[in-house]
Ligand binder design. Structure first.
Ligand SMILES: Cc1ncc(C[n+]2csc(CCOP(=O)(O)OP(=O)(O)O)c2C)c(N)n1
Ligand SMILES: CC(=O)[C@@H](O)[C@H](O)COP(=O)(O)O
Ligand SMILES: [Mg+2]
Length: 624
């Protein structure tokens, strides 16, 4: 038996016996638990796919064959097996190993991911191009039951089933998305898994009917017909077969030998194949098996107890959840929508209190937006809480279904700005850019808890599309203004926090805190500075911009959005119209994809931390 410490490469897996692989799986599991308990990361999904990943590498030749992971949060075992085990102490850290597949990290990572439900399209792309180029290899897309709820996965299944290209989809069914999986497909998969029960019901029906004295025989004929129709509906995988796939399963996803046998068999069947594998999320670590949602993505934790080692503080998502819950009590027309992120967005409390007014649509951001639009058109007040990065999926629906009809949907744009360890696929760097050019859309952003609550209340009354953007993590309790008490939210009006007359900082959302600290530091040095909290990103407060342009010799905008098409460029447009002749600096996320790491490091690298902003303003505008 090979120890994980002696493991060299995937050839070792090919030479191991199945009994050895079973023991090897346990070693990998221990390694995952120990390593992720220190770095944090996506634990439960990876514990669930240890045997599946070993079986894939036993049968297929990664390097030549293409294994395409969906979302990619479950590719840690694949990374361990393909030469990256020693880098796990750096997982998801700045300049360290990514938490998702990256082509630039290894030739075994054939497609970059992070967002869900792309694997069937990408895999089919590989398979069809292989055929065109007359190449010869297997393509295997591994997709979870949660990821399978997205429209994109269905679009790809529909196409693949029609093309008849040689291609394998492995459906990893653990009955979980991040939370419990939802929807008709999820119910269908449940039926398929429990198919034996239905078989038994059919047999029982036959016996019971046959034994009814007098009419038993007559009814048996009718029952035969009924039995056939029952059989038709419950043939496992019929849905996939009808789409054009050869269905295999359901297979115990923790039995390496059975998995390998089916993969081997499937290799010799031509055309599209779907292998339905049943696994347990969190397998082998009791706290994760008991609470797979909590262990989907974790910060460092104590292995013994499963308890997180991080201090828990109130987040922006918590504030959204609490505030909507309170408003839901008073207003019957408020409904809350999430696309598979009930706990991440803080809507889980609303779900428990008002299940009839809460909708988890699955990983279906596009549908979520248009569902909200339909509800708004009929008089309800939908709050769709969605991560900035995932709303990118529904760009057209926001324009076509919400903005053109000027419908009063409130978007809670969570995880706006950098999100840290998930990296480039997940940073919320673009929402101001992609929402601000939509006519009828208003965009606001709070600097802290009190203002956030006022903005949510403002949203409940607002009669047009509204996006409230806020960041990941601890909600700033920005209360200490001294002589500048916080005013109520008024449409299109900013908030001046520090009034000066030489250099003005206009900051957006959580960057107001940075601006405030910088302004206070400069004030202490006798510098004359103004700090404005934009509050309204769109529309820009024109009166404020005009006043500042008349009285200040320099203007600095700060935002945690891409510098391209962001708040700064909207201010610039106004300053151009005003023929402003002072100096203007726009600070924001540079026009690049930002890698993973701690947010503190990333913001420092981008020059968006307090020290960098202070140095820049001091050096550019005050040092003679
Ligand atoms: C477009 C998009 N929306 C939401 C997410 C957040 N997300 C990441 S993993 C996940 C659940 C995936 O469930 P499944 O595919 O079954 O994998 P499992 O975690 O069960 O292994 C969700 C909702 C995402 N990555 N991409
Ligand atoms: C893989 C994925 O998309 C999610 O699991 C994401 O990592 C969650 O992010 P938060 O931890 O910010 O909720
Ligand atoms: Mg799942």
């Amino acid at each position: 038996m090979k120890r994980l410490s002696d493991y060299r490469d995937i050839q070792d897996i090919k030479s191991m016996k199945f009994s050895e692989l079973d023991e090897f799986a346990e070693e990998i599991r221990q390694f995952l638990i120990e390593s992720i308990s220190k770095t944090g990361g996506h634990l439960a999904s990876n514990l669930g796919v240890v045997e599946l990943t070993l079986a894939l590498h036993k049968v297929y030749n990664s390097g030549k064959d293409k294994i395409v992971w969906d979302v990619g949060h479950q590719a840690y075992v694949h990374k361990i097996l393909t030469g990256r085990k020693d880098e796990f102490p750096t997982l998801r850290q700045y300049r360290g190993l990514s938490g998702f597949p990256k082509r630039k990290e290894s030739p075994h990572d054939v497609f970059d991911t992070g967002h869900s439900s792309t694997s069937i399209s990408a895999g089919l792309g590989y398979a069809m191009s292989r055929d065109i180029l007359a190449e010869n290899y297997q393509v295997i897309s591994v997709i979870g039951d949660g990821a399978m709820t997205a429209g994109m996965a269905f679009e790809a299944l529909n196409h693949a089933g029609d093309k008849k290209t040689d291609f394998t989809v492995v459906l990893n069914d653990n009955e979980m998305s991040i939370s419990e999986n939802v929807g008709g497909l999820s119910r269908y998969l449940y039926k398929v898994r429990t198919e034996k029960v239905y078989q038994k019901v059919k047999e029982d029906m036959e016996t019971i009917v046959g034994n009814i004295p007098g009419i038993g025989k007559m009814m048996l004929k009718t029952a035969e017909k009924a039995k056939d129709s029952v059989k038709y509906f419950f043939v496992p995988g019929m849905f996939f077969e009808e789409l054009g796939f050869k269905y295999f399963g359901p297979i115990d996803g923790h039995d390496i030998e059975s998995l390998a046998e089916v993969f081997e068999k499937a290799k010799h069947v031509k055309g599209p194949k779907l292998i339905h594998v049943v696994t347990k999320k969190g397998k082998g670590y009791a706290p994760a098996e008991q609470n797979p949602e909590k262990f989907h993505g974790v910060s460092p934790f104590d292995i013994e107890t499963g308890k997180s080692l991080s201090k828990s503080s109130k987040t922006y998502s918590d504030v959204l959840g609490e505030t909507i819950l309170d408003m839901g009590e008073e207003r019957q027309n408020i409904v809350a929508i999430t696309a598979a992120m009930p706990s991440g967005t803080g809507l889980d409390k609303f779900k428990d209190r008002f299940p009839e007014r809460f909708f988890d649509v699955g990983i279906a951001e596009q549908h979520g937006v248009t569902l909200a639009a339909g509800m708004a058109a009929n008089g309800l007040k939908p709050f769709f809480a969605v991560y900035s990065t995932f709303l990118q999926r529904a760009y057209d629906q926001v324009i076509h279904d919400v903005c053109i009809q000027n419908l009063p949907v409130v978007f809670g744009i969570d995880r706006a700005g950098l999100v840290g360890n998930d990296g480039e696929t997940h940073h919320g760097s673009f929402d101001i850019s992609y929402l601000s050019h939509m006519p009828n859309m208003t965009i606001i952003s709070p600097k802290g808890e009190k203002e956030f609550k006022s903005m949510i209340a403002f949203g409940a009354e607002f009669e047009a599309p509204l996006a409230i953007r806020y960041g990941k993590g601890v909600c700033c309790d920005f209360v200490d203004y001294g002589e500048y008490p916080e005013k109520d939210i008024e449409y299109g009006v900013s908030e001046t926090i520090v009034q000066g007359e030489e250099v003005a900082i206009i900051a957006v959302g959580r960057m107001v805190e940075v601006g405030y600290k910088v302004a206070k530091r400069l004030e202490l040095e006798g510098r004359n500075i103004t700090l404005v909290n934009a509050r309204f990103i769109k529309p820009v407060d024109l009166e404020m911009v005009e006043n500042i342009s008349r009285t200040h010799r320099a203007i600095v905008t700060i935002e945690d959005n891409s510098i391209v098409g962001g708040f700064g460029s909207m201010v610039n447009t106004e300053l151009l119209k005003l023929r402003y002749s002072g100096e203007v600096v726009n600070l924001g996320i540079k026009d690049e994809f930002i890698e993973h790491g701690d947010n503190e490091d990333l913001y420092r690298e981008l020059g968006l931390d307090e020290d960098s902003v202070y140095r820049l303003i001091d050096k550019s505008f005050f040092k003679e």
